[in-house]
Design a protein around this ligand. Structure first.
Ligand code: NAD
Ligand code: TYD
Length: 338
C-alpha cells in the first residue's frame, strides 16, 4: 500500500479527496495543511485516525517540515492542492498567492526530488487559460496560457515550474486543470456555497455585474476521481483538463438555488463587477476521457440539488464556518503534530 501526501487536504477539494481515498482504502494518506482561513479540520471529522489518515499541521513554505514529513512518513506520491484559491482575495492582495502557490510549489518539487517521491500530481485550474468569448471552442490542453487574475497568474507560474522540473530534473509529475467545483464542505466565499447559505438565511444574493458570466461547473466528486486517475494513469509531463460539461450563466445558477431553497428572488442584487472579470470558461476534457478513462458522473442539476440538501442537512458545519468557530476545531480536537 502506498502513502500519498495530500497538501491542502483540509480545504474543500482536499477534504473530499481524503474522504474518498479513505473510503476506498487503497492508499495511506498524510494530510499536510497550514489551516489558513480556508482550511477546516471539521471537514475531516471522523477521518483522521493517525494510521490510514494522519494529519500534519504545517505550511508548505516550511521546507524543513516538508522534508521531515516526507522522510518520516515515507511518502510515495504527492497530490498537491495547497494554495490560496480565491480570485477576489488575489485582487485585494496578491503576495500570499505568489508565496504559497509559486514559492510553496517550488519547495514541494525540491522535496520530492530529494526524497525520490515517485509521482507528483499538481492540481491546477482552467483559469490559467484566461477568458473565452461566447463562440470560442472550449479550452484544450494546448490553449495558450493567458491568465487574468493574480490567482490565475500564480497558478500558471506554478504549472510552468512543474513542467520545468520534469524537463530539467526528470521528476515524474502530471498537471490537472479543472473547471469550477461545487459540492459539500466548500467555504462560503465561493459562489455556490455563498449563494446557498445566503438564500437559506434570507440574506442578499450578490451577483457581480450583469451575471451573464459563464462557468463550467463540476461536482467535486468528479474532480477527485479525475485526480486519482491522473495519479494512477497520467503520463509524466502531461496536462489533463477536467470539466463537468455544464456551462451555466451565474444568474441561471442563482435562480436554480433560489428555487431549490425556496428563497425570495427579490434577494438577488446586482453589484459592482469584479475587476477584469473572466467572461467564460469551458473545458474540453477529451484527453482525460481518452487517456485516463475518466468521465464525470454527476449532472449539474442533480449535483446542485444534492449540494443544497447537504448544506441544509449540516447546520452545525455551516454555523461554525459562518461564526469563525471552525478555526478553533484543531485546538479542541487534534493538537498533535509531527
Ligand atoms: P481551498 O481554499 O478550499 O483549500 C486550500 C487548502 O490549502 C486549505 O486547507 C488551506 O489551509 C491550505 N493551504 C493554503 N496555503 C497553505 C500553505 N502555505 N501551506 C499548507 N497548506 C496551505 O481550495 P480548494 O477549492 O479546495 O482548491 C484546492 C486546489 O484546487 C487549489 O490548488 C486550487 O487552485 C485548485 N482548483 C480549485 C478549483 C475550485 O473550483 N475550487 C478548481 C480547479 C482547481
Ligand atoms: P468564484 O466562486 O469566486 O469562482 P471563480 O472566480 O474562480 O470562477 O466565482 C464564480 C463566479 O461567480 C464568477 O463569475 C464570479 C461570480 N460571483 C458573483 O457573482 N458573486 C459572488 O459573490 C461571488 C463570490 C462570485
Amino acid at each position: 500500500m502506498s502513502t500519498v501526501l495530500i497538501t491542502g487536504g483540509a480545504g474543500f477539494i482536499g477534504s473530499n479527496l481524503v474522504r474518498s481515498i479513505a473510503h476506498a482504502g487503497q492508499h495511506r494518506v498524510v494530510v499536510f495543511d497550514a489551516l489558513t482561513y480556508a482550511g477546516n479540520l471539521e471537514n475531516l471529522a471522523g477521518c483522521i485516525d493517525g494510521s490510514a489518515v494522519s494529519f500534519v499541521h504545517g505550511n508548505i513554505l516550511d521546507a524543513d517540515l516538508v522534508h521531515r514529513t516526507m522522510e518520516l512518513h515515507r511518502i510515495d506520491a504527492v497530490i498537491h492542492l495547497a494554495a490560496e484559491s480565491h480570485v477576489d482575495r488575489s485582487i485585494a492582495s496578491a503576495a500570499p498567492f505568489v508565496e504559497t502557490n509559486v514559492a510553496g510549489t517550488l519547495i514541494m518539487l525540491e522535496a520530492m526530488r530529494t526524497f525520490g517521491v515517485s509521482r507528483f500530481v499538481h492540481v491546477s485550474t482552467d483559469e490559467v487559460y484566461g477568458s473565452l468569448e461566447p463562440t470560442d471552442a472550449p479550452f484544450t490542453e494546448r490553449s495558450p496560457i493567458n491568465p487574468t487574475s493574480p490567482y490565475a497568474a500564480s497558478k500558471a507560474a506554478s504549472d510552468l515550474l512543474v513542467l520545468s522540473f520534469v524537463r530539467t530534473h526528470g521528476v515524474d509529475a502530471v498537471i490537472t486543470r479543472c473547471s469550477n467545483n461545487y459540492g459539500p464542505y466548500q467555504f462560503p466565499e465561493k459562489f455556490i456555497p455563498l449563494m446557498t447559505l445566503n438564500a437559506l438565511e434570507k440574506r442578499p444574493l450578490p451577483v457581480y455585474g450583469d451575471g451573464k458570466q459563464i462557468r463550467d461547473w463540476i461536482h467535486v466528486d468528479d474532480h477527485c476521481s479525475g485526480l486519482l486517475f491522473a495519479l494512477e494513469k497520467g503520463r509524466s509531463g502531461e496536462v489533463y483538463n477536467f470539466g463537468g460539461a455544464a456551462e451555466r450563466k451565474n444568474l441561471a445558477v442563482v435562480n436554480e438555488i433560489v428555487q431549490l431553497t425556496g428563497a425570495d428572488p427579490a434577494l438577488i442584487t446586482h453589484g459592482t463587477d469584479r475587476k477584469a472579470h473572466d467572461r467564460r470558461y469551458a473545458i474540453d476534457a477529451t484527453k482525460a476521457h481518452n487517456e485516463l478513462g475518466w468521465t464525470p458522473m454527476w449532472s449539474f442539476e442533480e449535483g446542485l440539488k444534492y449540494t443544497v440538501e447537504w448544506y441544509k442537512a449540516h447546520p452545525e458545519w455551516c454555523g461554525h464556518v459562518r461564526s469563525g468557530e471552525y478555526r478553533s476545531y484543531y485546538e479542541q480536537h487534534y493538537k498533535t503534530s509531527l
